[in-house]
Design a protein around this ligand. Sequence first.
Ligand code: URA
Length: 306
Amino acid sequence: MTEPLNARDIDATYAWYRAMGVAEFTAEAPTDWFDLERQIAARREAAKARPVEAKPARPVAPTARPPSMDRRPETPRPPAIPPATAMRQQPDAPPAIRRPPPAAPDQAVMTARTQAAKAQSLAELRAILERFDGCGLKATAKSLCFYRGVEKARIMLIGEAPGRDEDLAGKPFVGPAGQLLDKMLASIGLDESTVHITNVVYWRPPGNRTPTPQEVQVCEPFLERQIALVAPEVVLLLGGAAAKQVLDSQDGIMRLRGKWRDLEKGGKRYRAIATLHPAYLLRTPNAKKQAWRDLLMVEAALGASR
Ligand code: URA
């Protein structure tokens, strides 16, 4: 039996939600993002019971990952009380906002492919993304974070996902990690007027959690189209999540970084290289020397083809 809640616990839970970026209600029942194994087992059972039924997509559990190499510190665990109940009992809680449920996952990916293929320019791609409802992240994010920088760039940078600052600004990499990224770029003579910066997902995951494979998958056709439209010579992948996704690898970032790879996307070839995520570098300044080596490789590649 759950203990009755007292006012202090309710306040603590609410404060925790706010700190994690939860700004609105999206469902009656809470999703426990931490109980990965139970969720996977429950989903497997549910899928067995309904083999052909098309279900609206709901966010699934985050991927397990080593916390230290990625863009964000571990998300702290919430207080051990039932959060949805606490939020329902909060007297000044905002009214629930009802949105149409996102499309079923496969259907959403198919729609994403068809829609993305139509875009003949980044402006068209942005307009398509603004209308697209197949990614569950859109329901909780404030803004679409499409890209920062120029439309045509010799170098395209791809990170993991927008955070709070990016969600507020509607642009990728504008918070502390973005500021470090700008300094890193400046050190090799690049800035916003010469680069194109984006992420593998276009909306902020609630509480800055790692985007789920489903969320990444549904954004992938748009990212592929974006790469084709930007037509960069070099793709620089920031952090493990982006590197694994774009390079389609299970290896960790320490294995992936610092090596040139041939990237084939949408029938075209690009040179890609991965480096450490600036958010990780902020927490681990000792690792900056590795990132510096990677940046020098990028500088040499761009210099060589100038
Ligand atoms: N971290 C990312 O991976 N992307 C952003 O846009 C900001 C922080």
